[in-house]
Design a protein around this ligand. Structure first.
Ligand SMILES: [Zn+2]
Length: 339
């Protein structure tokens, strides 16, 4: 749908990178997005391994594209000492809670720091807005890759006409190309939840489903189904909670409508696998698949929305074939999609 940084929306790109981790990557604490347009509709993300740094939070940081510039001005080019460790810099993940923002500290072992004159690589002298930042980051990324690093960025703060480059060592960072459709939903989907923290759990479920689509590992899906689902992840979906919380049903959808519902009260104690299965089931309704209301009807068991739930790998400790699913789903059959 969008190549966000071209729309002056750097913070969305950072937020997507960080949200991609949950359900997709283990043993990483963050992800740094490479702000470069690629013609194959993918973005490069650079994953920050646990050994490369730590997560912290800063207060009173600008909550917009300039958060990184603002943070670097606060740090004034100095190292950050935390416990017995020295960190050379930090970048915000753009997840804001009130006046605080999460940030990733990068350890001095993981990053090669290079002091250069501001003009050495054709860098802009000042980095004071998103446009300078994108230009500067692209120049540094090219330089880093050419010199066998996973990537890098720079200190937005200029000292004595010099600035620091932070080059990511490959033992501590891993760079991967991620299709845009696997990233867009992380900020494009609309959540109308009574319990906003529950959003993160549904986003994780979507990450799990996207990895299955990307690997083409669910043999219940036709090629056309997979294409339709990828298109939806690229575009939009509305996710809401059931208005009647006394309902026993876990989830619901309208056939062929880009919206699904969850009974958040009943799902709050469910594990990640169960939630991903419910999301996958409901998604199949959004692309047109139906089933009888009676879960004991053999046609229900043979339906695509029921069968896809077995494409979500279990933790290995449950008997998949016997999953009890009373009141799994309620289909709405309105003439028009809800808006
Ligand atoms: Zn259903």
């Amino acid at each position: 749908m969008t190549r966000v940084w071209r729309e002056h929306d750097v913070d969305t790109t950072f937020r997507r990178a960080h949200r991609y981790i949950d359900g997709n990557e283990t043993k990483v604490i963050g992800a740094f997005p490479v702000l470069t347009f690629k013609p194959d509709n993918s973005f490069d993300l650079i994953f920050v391994k646990e050994t490369a740094g730590a997560m912290t939070s800063y207060s009173d940081i600008h909550q917009n594209d300039s958060a990184l510039i603002f943070l670097h001005e606060q740090l004034q080019g100095s190292n950050i000492i935390d416990g017995d460790k020295t960190y050379v810099t930090a970048f915000p993940i753009h997840e804001f809670r009130d006046s605080t923002v999460g940030a990733i500290l990068l350890s001095s072992d993981a990053v090669e720091v290079k002091h250069i004159h501001w003009n050495a690589l054709g860098l802009p002298r000042l980095v004071s807005n998103w446009s300078d930042m994108v230009i500067a980051f692209n120049i540094v990324d090219d330089y880093a890759v050419a010199n066998n690093f996973a990537g890098g960025f720079l200190d937005c703060h200029l000292i004595d006409e010099h600035r620091r480059l932070f080059l990511f060592k490959k033992d501590y960072f891993e760079r991967k190309s991620i299709p845009e459709w696997r990233l867009n939903h992380l900020t494009n989907f609309r959540y109308n939840f009574c319990n906003p923290p529950f959003e993160a759990r549904i986003r994780k479920a979507h990450n799990i489903i996207c990895s299955i689509l990307d690997a083409n590992s669910c043999n219940v899906l036709t090629e056309r189904d997979t294409l339709k689902l990828k298109e939806m992840y690229y575009n939009n979906l509305t996710l809401s909670h059931f208005e009647d919380n006394n309902m026993p049903t876990l989830g619901g959808a309208n056939i062929n409508c880009p919206s699904i519902y969850f009974n958040i009260n009943r799902l709050s104690s469910a594990d990640d696998i169960s939630i991903a299965r419910i999301v996958f089931h409901e998604l199949m309704h959004t692309i047109g698949y139906d089933h009888p209301a009676d879960e004991n009807d053999p046609a229900y068991k043979a339906s695509v929305p029921h069968r896809v739930i077995f494409c979500i790998p279990s933790n290995g400790d449950s008997n998949d074939a016997q999953i009890p699913i009373p009141n799994f789903c309620q289909l709405k059959r309105d003439l028009h999609c809800p808006t």
